[in-house]
Ligand binder design. Structure first.
Ligand SMILES: [Zn+2]
Ligand SMILES: [Zn+2]
Length: 289
C-alpha cells in the first residue's frame, strides 16, 4: 500500500475548549475562544524573536498592519476577512486544513528562520529544515551558527525520540489506566487528551510526543534552553494534568514532565505526599552502547 510518508503530526486537527475549527469559523464568539491561545503563543514567539520588524508587517489574510498580533487574530474583522477568503473554497477538509502549503498558512521570516502560522487551526512551528545537517550553508549566506542550531533537523528529532520513547509509552499506558478507574472490562479506549506544549488534542500521546512537530514546539516553548538541574522538576514544562477533549475542563490526574519524561499519577483533591512515580528508564542510561 503505497502512500505518502508517515507524518503523524500532519493529521492532527486541534480542538480547543471543545471547539473544532469548523465551529470556530462559523461563530465569531467561538473564534475568539478557539484562537486565543495560539494567537497568544504567536505573539509571545514574535515578541521574543522578531518584534521590531514583524510588527511592521501586514497580516497575510487582511493585508493590514498588525500592531497587536493577538488582538488582531482574535478580532471580528480578521475573522470576517478569513471567512470571506474561504467563501470561494468553502471550509477546508481536515486533511487539507493541516497542510502547511495552503494559502491560509502565513510564513513569517524570523530571526530563527521561517515561522509558519496556520490561520485556520492556529497551529504553528518553525519550518523544518529540509537540508541535510552536514550540508553547510553556502558561504556568503551563512546564518549565525546559533540560528542554524535552532532549526529542527532529522538528527535532532532522532535523538529526541530516543530520549522520550520509553516515557512516552509509559505516559500513554498511564493515561489509559487513569481513564479506566474501576478497571472497566472491556477497557475504555485511549482518551483524547491535550498536549499543553502544542495546545492540540490526540488519542495517542506516545506517537504525538515522538513527532517532529511536538519536538519543534517544545524547543520553541523552552526558548531553546534547558533549566538548571534544581529546577527541572518544577517548571511550566511539567504538565500537571491532561484535559479531556470535549469534557469542558475535566482532566485526568496524571502529570508529565515534558523534559525529563517523568510520569506521575496525582490526586487533585487530596494533597499527596508521595505521588507514585512512573519514571521511565533514565534517558542517559540505556542498555545499548
Ligand atoms: Zn488579519
Ligand atoms: Zn505536543
Amino acid at each position: 500500500m503505497a502512500g505518502p510518508p508517515a507524518t503523524p503530526a500532519a493529521t492532527q486537527v486541534p480542538i480547543r475548549a471543545g471547539l473544532t475549527y469548523q465551529m470556530a469559523l462559523n461563530s465569531k464568539q467561538d473564534w475568539n475562544v478557539y484562537m486565543e491561545e495560539p494567537a497568544a503563543q504567536l505573539d509571545r514567539f514574535l515578541i521574543q524573536h522578531y518584534r521590531t520588524q514583524y510588527y511592521g508587517s501586514v497580516c497575510s489574510i487582511c493585508q493590514v498592519q498588525r500592531n497587536d498580533v493577538k488582538g488582531h487574530l482574535i478580532s471580528q474583522n480578521h475573522w470576517k476577512k478569513l471567512w470571506a477568503k474561504l467563501e470561494d473554497t468553502h471550509i477546508p477538509s481536515p486533511q487539507d486544513v493541516v497542510n502547511w502549503e495552503k494559502p491560509w498558512v502565513e510564513v513569517i521570516n524570523t530571526a530563527l528562520g521561517d515561522y509558519l502560522f496556520n490561520h485556520i487551526t492556529g497551529e504553528q512551528k518553525l519550518r523544518e529544515s529540509s537540508a541535510p545537517l552536514m550540508n553547510a550553508s553556502p558561504v556568503g549566506k551563512v546564518p549565525t551558527s546559533t540560528a542554524r542550531q535552532k532549526t529542527v533537523c532529522a538528527l535532532d528529532v532522532w535523538v529526541w525520540q530516543r530520549h522520550i520513547e520509553v516515557s512516552a509509552q509509559t505516559l500513554q499506558n498511564v493515561l489509559v489506566e487513569a481513564n479506566n478507574p474501576a478497571g472497566a472490562s472491556p477497557p475504555l479506549p485511549a482518551p483524547v487528551v491535550t498536549c499543553e506544549v502544542c495546545a492540540c488534542h490526540t488519542a495517542d500521546m506516545c506517537e504525538h510526543l515522538m513527532s517532529a512537530n511536538h519536538y519543534s514546539n517544545l524547543r520553541i516553548r523552552m526558548d531553546y534552553t534547558v533549566p538548571n538541574a534544581k529546577e527541572l522538576n518544577t517548571g511550566p514544562w511539567v504538565q500537571q494534568a491532561f484535559k479531556l477533549a470535549g469534557y469542558h475542563g475535566k482532566a485526568l490526574a496524571v502529570s508529565f514532565n515534558h523534559l525529563t519524561g517523568q510520569v506521575s499519577r496525582t490526586l487533585p483533591n487530596q494533597p499527596q505526599s508521595q505521588p507514585k512515580s512512573y519514571m521511565a528508564t533514565p534517558p542517559a542510561i540505556e542498555h545499548e552502547c
